[in-house]
Ligand binder design. Structure first.
Ligand code: GFB
Length: 313
């Protein structure tokens, strides 16, 4: 991508989109194209077509999606399947129609089978049943992968697909009903510390294992793949190790300096027992994650402290 290239970051206000914009700006890309939800509803085919006609993006980072943690996925499956199918279909199709040079589609590690062998290789896609709590989201993301691959095969487009592990970082969603586990832990331990609460309630059993990647590392991987990868198969991006939710809770508790008890609410789902990605493909072509989990959590907690007035729910 030359520095004058027209680059559309779909979802630039989200966790991933914000990190992408920061890195693109710091690398001096001059022609970034963005639109807020109010300006452009990506679920609307005619509006997206008109937007592409007017802006003619050459490169597209498709980071717009309806996302959320285990409870949100489990409670609003209709929104997760509809919003994601519409957003990605409109953006991918118009990238083809308006002859974009390249598109990068972001999926998720939950597209792989619930009981996939670990670490999960890209080729395990569609070899088994999905985790039921996020099936709607995962199916939508699998459709996105298949759409990119189909357009590449029939139309010769250059659409690549990237599967990140669980992400976290600044600008995450800290709403306890809809967030992922890491922002929830930061908020719960922080509020318990401030309120001198004797215990913090967490969901499930604490035994599931998850792989956490800082969103700045994901953004650097996306830029790297935009430059260096043009293949049909998805590429996993992760930290290369996982940790149990109970261990993660201890780590966050210590960083925040909370001294009370943890209680596990077994009425809440655990989800997939483990989803550790095999990242040999991306490391083999020259990218690796930089931030340690401890550093990343500290930095995210600092961001939370500086911005908690913005968090209204
Ligand atoms: O991050 P999370 O919501 O989503 O939950 P998934 C990870 C694990 O943390 C689950 C546990 O076992 C939760 O039960 N957990 C413990 C908590 N306490 C909490 C809490 O206070 N809040 C939350 N949210 N979890 C999502 C998928 O799955 O991961 C999406 O639903 C997507 O589709 C995303 O793939 C990356 O890792 O289970």
């Amino acid at each position: 991508m030359d520095k004058q290239a027209r680059i559309f970051i779909a979802g630039h206000k989200g966790l991933v989109g914000t990190a992408l914009i920061n890195q693109l700006r710091s690398l001096d890309y001059q022609n970034l194209i963005v639109a807020t939800k109010e300006e452009l509803d990506l679920r609307d085919p005619l509006a997206v077509d008109a937007f592409f006609a007017a802006t003619q993006p050459e490169y597209i980072f498709l980071a717009a999606a309806k996302v959320g943690g285990i409870h949100a996925n489990n409670t609003y499956p209709a929104e997760f399947i509809y919003d994601n199918l519409m957003i990605q279909t409109n953006v991918i199709h118009n990238a083809y129609k308006y002859q974009a040079k390249k598109l990068l589609f972001l999926g998720s590690s939950c597209i792989y089978p619930k009981y996939a062998p670990q670490p999960i290789r890209e080729r395990y896609l569609m070899t088994g049943l999905l985790e039921p709590t996020n099936e709607a989201y995962a199916i939508a993301k699998i459709v996105g992968i298949k759409m990119c691959q189909s357009y590449n095969r029939q139309y010769g487009t250059n659409f690549i697909t990237v599967m990140p592990s669980n992400l976290y970082g600044p600008f995450d969603n800290f709403d306890l009903e809809t967030s992922h586990v890491l922002p929830a832990l930061i908020r719960k331990f922080h509020e318990a510390k401030v309120n001198k609460a004797s215990l913090v309630e967490l969901w499930g059993s604490g035994s599931p294992r998850r792989e956490f990647l800082h969103v700045a590392d994901l953004a650097s991987a996306c830029l790297f793949l935009m430059e260096h990868y043009s293949d049909n198969e998805p590429v996993n991006v992760g930290a290369g190790f996982d940790i149990s939710i109970a261990e993660l809770a201890q780590m966050v508790k210590k960083i925040i300096g909370y001294h009370g008890k943890i209680v596990w609410d077994s009425s809440k789902p655990d989800g997939t027992p483990r989803k550790l990605l095999d990242i040999r493909k991306i490391t083999g072509i020259g990218w690796k994650p930089k931030l340690s989990l401890k550093e990343g959590i500290k930095q995210t907690y600092e961001w939370f402290l500086a911005n908690k007035e913005l968090i209204t729910r």
